[in-house]
Design a protein around this ligand. Structure first.
Ligand code: TRP
Length: 329
């Protein structure tokens, strides 16, 4: 079975765009492949989170992904720092990463531009740590967004360079995992574009019923259609797109008809959208709270995840060290 690996940044909460997009694919992917999901807590240290927040952020994303359907019985789910072999491989790969190529990385140049007061070595070698994450399990596929493609390319470079330097075939060259279908694009509530983290645009899995309802009732609309069968402006189309995701085809057809004969009342449309959205996320919302309150469960999940991940990591590291020339006396 193909090894697929995905790293998750411990920042921000999951919104409907994440849930109906990448996450549904993750849930399917874990059934069909040998999947590793980990929380990239070491990577998050580049921005110096307060220690009180650091652990909390990890706990939040872990709870949300578990609540949303990542299954620790099926996939290997772990926290990056629980697998020290990753850090060890990172040190070794750093010897093969050149200053010039690291400085030319787009994400690094972006950070230098935006945060010139904190250009640390961790930031410069971010792609090396990411390569270590991937190569430690000799993953074949990595689901990545556009912004991570260059990092994956660099991972291939480091893998090839290692194999060539030591005349071995320890590392396969990982490629992007293709979900095989277009990602569902969930629009935001502010009239244009897709759902994101920005205030007022997104609905989050941690939002309670009141918040969900309030956000949807405040979603941007207009004064309504003035002629039968008129084309839908983007904000209205977006509301319908969301309704299609959370509601029944019958309900969508009902409101489409009302739009087309100009009898629609956006208040009713939004009320329906709010009710159906809440119906979809209420069980996950509840599970997030349950999981977050259950440290025993979280400890069990992370310990058994780390155990599985370390087994695979140790096997790789052994070959790596042998190839380099580490020997016991
Ligand atoms: N850099 C990724 C991001 O910002 C997170 C990440 C860290 C990752 N290590 C990884 C993703 C390894 C895939 C594979 O989203």
């Amino acid at each position: 079975m193909e090894i697929v690996l995905s790293g998750i940044r411990p920042t921000g909460n999951l919104h409907l765009g994440n849930y109906f997009g990448a996450l549904q694919n993750f849930i399917k992917m874990q059934q069909e492949h040998c999947c590793y999901f980990f929380i990239a807590d070491l990577h998050s240290l580049t921005t110096h989170p307060k220690s009180a927040d650091f652990h909390e952020n990890v706990k939040n994303v872990l709870a949300e992904y578990l609540a949303a359907g990542l299954d620790p019985e099926v996939a290997t789910i772990y926290i990056q720092s629980d697998v020290p072999e990753v850090s060890e491989l990172y040190v070794l790969l750093n010897m093969l990463a050149y200053q010039g190529e690291l400085e030319r990385t787009t994400s690094f140049k972006d950070k230098v531009r935006k945060h010139s007061d904190n250009v640390n070595a961790g930031l410069l070698t971010y792609p090396v740590l990411m390569a270590a994450d991937i190569l430690i399990h000799r993953a074949a596929k990595v689901p990545v967004g556009k912004d991570q493609e260059q990092h994956l390319e660099m991972t291939r470079t480091f893998a090839r360079r290692f194999n060539n330097l030591y005349g071995v075939e320890v590392f396969p060259e990982p490629t992007a995992f293709n979900f095989g279908n277009e990602l569902v694009k969930i629009p935001g509530l502010d009239g244009s574009g897709k759902m994101g983290k920005s205030e007022g645009n997104g609905i989050f899995l941690v939002d309670d019923e009141k918040t969900v309802t309030k956000k949807i009732m405040h979603a941007l609309t207009d004064s309504g259609p003035t002629a039968p069968n008129s084309p839908m402006p983007e904000p209205i189309r977006n509301i319908f797109t969301l309704l299609e995701v959370v509601s029944t085809p019958g309900m969508v057809a009902y409101f489409r008809e009302k739009y087309n004969d100009c009898s629609i009342r956006y208040g009713d449309l939004k009320k329906q959208l709010a009710a159906d959205t809440w119906k979809k996320i209420a069980p996950i919302h509840e599970r997030i709270a349950e999981i977050k309150a259950n440290n025993v469960y979280l400890r069990k999940v992370t310990q058994s995840g780390a155990l599985k991940a370390r087994e695979s990591a140790q096997a790789t590291l052994k070959e790596v060290k042998k190839a380099i020339g580490f020997r016991a006396f």
